[in-house]
Design a protein around this ligand. Structure first.
Ligand SMILES: CC(C)(COP(=O)(O)OP(=O)(O)OC[C@H]1O[C@@H](n2cnc3c(N)ncnc32)[C@H](O)[C@@H]1OP(=O)(O)O)[C@@H](O)C(=O)NCCC(=O)NCCS
Length: 173
C-alpha cells in the first residue's frame, strides 16, 4: 500500500546501554500525556537516565524494552522496569507509546518482568496505578494482580490536584 509504514516486528528483550536515551524519550512522551505516570514533565532527563542505567546495571533490577525494530535498527516503543527490594518485593513501572497500545505488547512486557522477578528470587511483585487507568488495571488483573489498598489524596500534581493511587500486588510463590 503506498505510504504504508514498513513492516516491523516487535520484540521484547532486555535493555542495553545503547537503549537508554530512547527509554528516557518514551518515558518523557508518556509522562507528557499527564494522566498515566507519577512523574510529570519537565523532569531531569540525565537523572532519569542514570536511574534506568542503575536499574539494569544491578543484579536486583532490570529494564525490558519493546523494540519495534525496522531494517535492523532498534526502535524503542515501550519498556518495563523491575527493581527488587532487599525484602524480596519487585516494584514494576511500565509505559508504551500511545500508537502501540492495545496490541498485547504491555502483556508481553509484564510477562517478561514476572519471569525475571521470579528468577531473581522475588516472592512478590507490587505496583501503584491511578484508579482511573482502566487499561493498566485490566492488564494487571489479567496477570493475577489484586488490589491491596489505596493511598488517598496522596500525590500532588503540578496543577495542585491531590490524586489517589491503587496499590496492587501479585505473589510469585
Ligand atoms: C497500561 C499499558 C502498559 C497496557 O499495555 P497495552 O499493550 O496497551 O495492553 P495489552 O494490549 O497488552 O492488553 C493487556 C490486557 O489489558 C486489556 N486492556 C488493554 N487496554 C485496555 C483498555 N483500554 N480497556 C480495558 N482493557 C484493556 C486487554 O484486553 C488485555 O487483556 P487480554 O490479554 O485478556 O486481551 C499501556 O496502555 C500504557 O503504556 N499506557 C500508558 C502508560 C501507563 O498507563 N503505564 C502504567 C502506569 S501504572
Amino acid at each position: 500500500m503506498p505510504g504504508a509504514p514498513p513492516p516491523t516486528t516487535t520484540v521484547v528483550r532486555p535493555a542495553v546501554e545503547a537503549d537508554l536515551d530512547a527509554i528516557v524519550d518514551v518515558f518523557w512522551a508518556v509522562a507528557a500525556e499527564g494522566r498515566w505516570l507519577g512523574v510529570e514533565v519537565p523532569f531531569d532527563r540525565r537523572a532519569r537516565r542514570e536511574r534506568f542505567a542503575r536499574t539494569f546495571g544491578e543484579e536486583s533490577g532490570t529494564v525490558v524494552v519493546a523494540d519495534a525494530r525496522s531494517a535492523g535498527t532498534a526502535d524503542i516503543i515501550g519498556f518495563i522496569s523491575v527493581d527488587v527490594a532487599v525484602y524480596g518485593v519487585a516494584s514494576v513501572g511500565m509505559a508504551l507509546l500511545e500508537p502501540w497500545r492495545g496490541q498485547g505488547i504491555g502483556r508481553a512486557l509484564l510477562e517478561a518482568a514476572l519471569v525475571w522477578a521470579r528468577q531473581a528470587g522475588a516472592h512478590k511483585v507490587a505496583l501503584e496505578v491511578w484508579p482511573d487507568n482502566s487499561a493498566a488495571i485490566a492488564l494487571y488483573e489479567r496477570a493475577g494482580f489484586v488490589e491491596e489498598g489505596r493511598k488517598v489524596a496522596h500525590y500532588r500534581r503540578q496543577n495542585g490536584e491531590l490524586w489517589d493511587s491503587v496499590l496492587m500486588g501479585r505473589a510469585l510463590t
